[in-house]
Design a protein around this ligand. Structure first.
Ligand SMILES: CC(C)(COP(=O)(O)OP(=O)(O)OC[C@H]1O[C@@H](n2cnc3c(N)ncnc32)[C@H](O)[C@@H]1OP(=O)(O)O)[C@@H](O)C(=O)NCCC(=O)NCCS
Length: 344
């Protein structure tokens, strides 16, 4: 196969009209639980994000995007994909170079790029990026009519709530803000102050807490409803605790009535982890219609992998990936515009 050279390809700012083209190249991405079809239009409205499509003969052949985070010093790359019929010909390299050149030019204050990947990224990536963190991923597949039984089994495996394991509480938006700007020592539960929600790796600076609400915004709910944050242990004055973030359930291309839910766990206590998983799961699936199903991925510190796998034993596993890696690279600003055409 030959490598495609840049002049054959146009790279443009993505528009609402490119949606179908992006969906057409996304078949099978992430084993059917791709988030982009659901988030594409909300992403377009986000002033912190830029989205790009590469076109060959006017057909979309690749997609990439960046989101400026951490108060303007970091950009997260998200959503990269290349048309299945063009993979292995360097197209990912071309669109990523354009994305990065645009980022450097338009956001000279951005000095770092960050992204998340599953295990075993290509060796060329590991030469460029440093590994910041890695979490275990355990995913299960639940059918609506199995939920009652599943919850009975899971609840029978929970430690009884006590002073050691008080029940989690949902925090509203203002409580989340005060939790992170207050006396809670977030290093205790968030190593490196990373708050990864649904594959978006950001730090716990205040500007990003606004962003975490926005990323799950489907345009139909208020800020407070967009993100479920539950916390165990830390009253505002405590130093140790356990935190979880749950996305609302959202539809995925896997099939009609199929949904996805991501639960990010922060902390290393297995009993708290189990309690939070059940708590988040119960809350999220309230809206699951008869005949519906949900793929739920739990992201946790590696030390919790075996315990969580045992806890979820007997439930159908969905084996998309085992690990979530957070990778980062330093970048320098450029002074000349990117060489490939870009129309806005
Ligand atoms: C991963 C994918 C985008 C690679 O596209 P491709 O055009 O076949 O990539 P190539 O093998 O030709 O590699 C071209 C360059 O992209 C890089 N690349 C490959 N896979 C990558 C990945 N997952 N993330 C970032 N860069 C990647 C390569 O390292 C190479 O870089 P180099 O030119 O600096 O050496 C493509 O296989 C795809 O669309 N997969 C499904 C979606 C997906 O898994 N996306 C990645 C996670 S968001």
């Amino acid at each position: 196969m030959t490598t495609l050279s840049t002049p054959e390809m146009q790279i443009l700012q993505a528009t609402a009209g490119d949606y179908e083209g992006v969906i057409a190249i996304s078949e099978g991405v992430f084993m059917g639980i791709d988030y982009l079809p659901f988030r594409y239009h909300a992403w377009l409205k986000d002033p912190q994000r830029r989205m790009f499509v590469a076109k060959l003969e006017e057909k979309v052949v690749a997609f990439d995007s960046f989101l400026v985070v951490d108060g303007g010093v970091t950009a997260v790359l998200q959503g990269l994909r290349v048309a299945p019929w063009l993979r292995g010909r360097g197209v990912a390299g071309i669109i990523q170079k354009f994305t990065l050149d645009t980022l450097r030019l338009d956001h000279p204050d951005v000095t770092k790029i960050r992204l998340t990947r599953t295990e075993d990224p290509p060796p060329t990536m590991l030469n460029k990026y440093r590994l910041l963190h890695s979490k275990a991923v355990v995913s299960i597949y639940l059918l609506a009519d199995e939920l009652e039984e599943t919850f009975m089994v899971l609840e029978s495996r929970l430690p009884s709530t006590s002073q050691d394991f008080p029940p989690p509480v949902f925090l509203d938006y203002s409580e989340v803000r005060s939790l992170f700007s207050g006396p809670l020592k977030e290093e205790d539960i968030l190593p490196g102050r990373f708050l990864i929600q649904s594959w978006l790796p950001i730090t716990t600076c205040k500007a990003n807490l606004d962003l975490t609400s926005d990323i799950t915004n489907d345009g139909s709910t208020s800020k407070e409803d967009d993100i479920s944050v539950s916390s165990t242990g830390p009253s505002i004055t405590a130093v140790k605790g356990f935190l979880s973030l749950g996305t609302p359930m959202f539809p995925v291309p896997l099939g009609d009535g199929k949904n996805r839910l991501d639960i990010d766990l922060f902390g290393t206590d297995l009993s708290c982890a189990k309690i939070h998983v059940v708590f988040q799961l119960k809350e999220a699936v309230k809206a699951l219609p008869t005949g519906g199903s949900v793929v739920c991925s739990v992201f946790a510190e590696e030390i919790l992998r075996d315990g969580l796998t045992g806890f979820l034993d007997g439930i159908t596993l969905f084996s998309r990936c085992r690990e979530q890696l957070v990778l980062e690279m330093d970048i320098k600003p450029v002074k000349t515009p990117p060489s490939t055409q870009c129309h806005s």
